[in-house]
Design a protein around this ligand. Structure first.
Ligand code: NAD
Length: 450
């Protein structure tokens, strides 16, 4: 379907139509589970378990949650009237925005294309969906099959930057972009032309803080899991660790142990360890390791361009000025930096742009509260990694450089809705005091009441 036609797709004011659309999306995912799993293996070497838990099953959960709560989310929301405004009835009535545009990245090419679509459809919008051209097998599958299920409401557009540039000349009612901040700026500039609101789901360097009060074994296992799932190509992966100096060696030993338990002696042979999306990204990651300031390789370090493999890699003594600490790493390289006082870790985090996630490992509530109160990030998680984004009731999104707006659960529904304020007044009473002419008596009364 041509992009232009998408704007004419009908809105789903009717909740049954929205349920039908969500049902169609569910049918698509169920019917194509095997094909999607295969595409994800081709694109990213994703294991079937990861493909299910982080992509297909994840999106199915979003659909089921939306279906379950649709009536509640779409219902008018009563607002209490202050005494002076009574009698009357105030409500917020969610309405579809219209035709929305969803632009997705390659790292979770199913989830990040379809989870925003769940929210858009639940809120009653039609959508133009642009999967990432970099995850080629998944893009091809979505382009070939999705409209067969959702053609009434959804148009799938394929291609790279030129396609996006062309797409953004059209007038949409909302643009939902997930990807890097450089393109986020391009999207926002183009959206300004039509005054189109945007949601930008970006990335950043998400820190993990580990103090001496943490359960070090658990911290290492959970950070290793969060970092090396999808070979580190996760927007909320712990980008670097700030560990208290006294426990650094134990922490790194436990990281080594966890990596061995997860992926064996040679992770390149593990069916559960992914691959880097393409040669360009692998080259970028290897050059980060080649930086003389990168520090010492404590674990891993091996790369194989033919299979796009990069071992789970842990670095110690990384210099603060190293290229690794400039931008989001977005691959399986984990620099472990040290601090002596918690305030140093807080200062390091505060000196950088606001990250998408922050992970705090400590059994001491005072330490946890201090870090949470004195830093900011899109989301935060205490004593684990990644899991916060699987809680449907928690809005998922960034702050500052890590993005604007949020989704998942009702937050996604609201992102794709216009929350219309409606006040209804009965015709009686109609006190004259509010209408001119205002003598001094009316003025006194009005000042008192208002
Ligand atoms: P990408 O290269 O697939 O780009 C994302 C989208 O932007 C694609 O659809 C692509 O076609 C389009 N695009 C690329 N260059 C463009 C240009 N010059 N003009 C217009 N459109 C263009 O993905 P990426 O940006 O490499 O994704 C990785 C980044 O995304 C990381 O920074 C990561 O943290 C972030 N990310 C954020 C989230 C989140 O939910 N907040 C999720 C995943 C990834």
């Amino acid at each position: 379907m041509a992009v232009r036609e998408a704007a004419d797709l009908r809105l789903l004011f009717d909740l049954d139509a929205r349920r039908d659309a969500l049902g169609q999306l569910e049918s698509f995912l169920i019917a194509h589970t095997d094909a999607l799993t295969e595409a994800l293996a081709t694109d990213l070497g994703k294991s079937p378990t990861e493909a299910w838990s982080t992509e297909i099953g994840f999106t199915l959960n979003q659909i089921r949650d939306a279906r379950k709560h649709l009536e509640q989310w779409a219902a008018p929301r009563k607002v209490k009237l202050p005494l002076k405004m009574r009698p009357g009835r105030a409500r917020i009535i969610p309405q579809p925005l219209g035709a929305v545009c969803i632009i997705a990245p390659w790292n979770y090419p199913v989830q990040l294309t379809l989870a925003p679509l769940v929210a858009a459809l639940a809120a009653g919008n039609s959508a133009v969906v642009k999967p990432s051209e970099i995850a080629t097998a998944t893009e091809a599958l979505l382009a070939a099959e999705l409209e067969r299920y959702l053609g009434e409401y959804v148009s799938v557009v394929t291609g790279g930057p030129d396609t996006v540039t062309e797409l953004l000349t059209h007038r949409f009612d909302h643009i939902f972009y997930t990807g890097n901040g450089r393109v986020g700026r391009i999207v926002m500039r183009a959206a300004a032309e039509h005054l189109t609101p945007v949601t930008l789901e970006l990335g950043g360097k998400s820190p993990a803080v580990v103090t001496s009060q943490a359960d070090i074994d658990i911290a290492a296992r959970r950070i290793a899991w969060g970092k090396f799932v999808n070979a580190g190509q996760t927007c909320v992966a712990p980008d670097y660790v700030l560990v208290e100096r006294s426990v650094r060696d134990r922490f790194v030993d436990q990281l080594r142990r966890s990596i061995e338990r997860f992926f064996g002696d040679d992770p390149s042979l593990s069916p559960d360890y992914g691959r880097i999306i393409n040669g360009r990204h692998l080259g970028r990651l290897v050059s980060l390791l080649d930086d003389p300031d990168a520090g010492q390789v404590a674990i891993g370090g091996l790369a194989d361009p033919i299979s796009r493999y990069l071992a789970p890699t842990v670095l110690i003594d990384t210099a603060a000025g190293s290229a690794l600490m400039d931008d989001e790493i977005f691959g399986p390289i984990l620099p472990v930096l040290t601090f002596d006082e918690l305030d140093e870790a807080i200062a390091t985090i505060g000196s950088r742009p606001h990250p998408l996630a922050l992970y705090m490992f400590s059994a001491d509530d005072h330490e946890v509260d201090r870090v949470l109160a004195r830093t900011t990030s899109g989301g935060a998680l205490v004593n684990h990694t990644l899991l916060h984004l699987a809680v449907e009731g928690l809005p998922f999104g960034g702050v500052g450089e890590s993005g604007m707006g949020s989704y998942h659960g009702v937050a996604g529904f609201d992102t794709f809705s216009h929350l219309r304020s409606v006040l209804a007044r009965p015709t009686k009473p109609d006190p004259r005091v509010m209408y001119p002419p205002y003598g001094s008596l009316k003025q006194r009364v009005l000042r008192k009441v208002l």
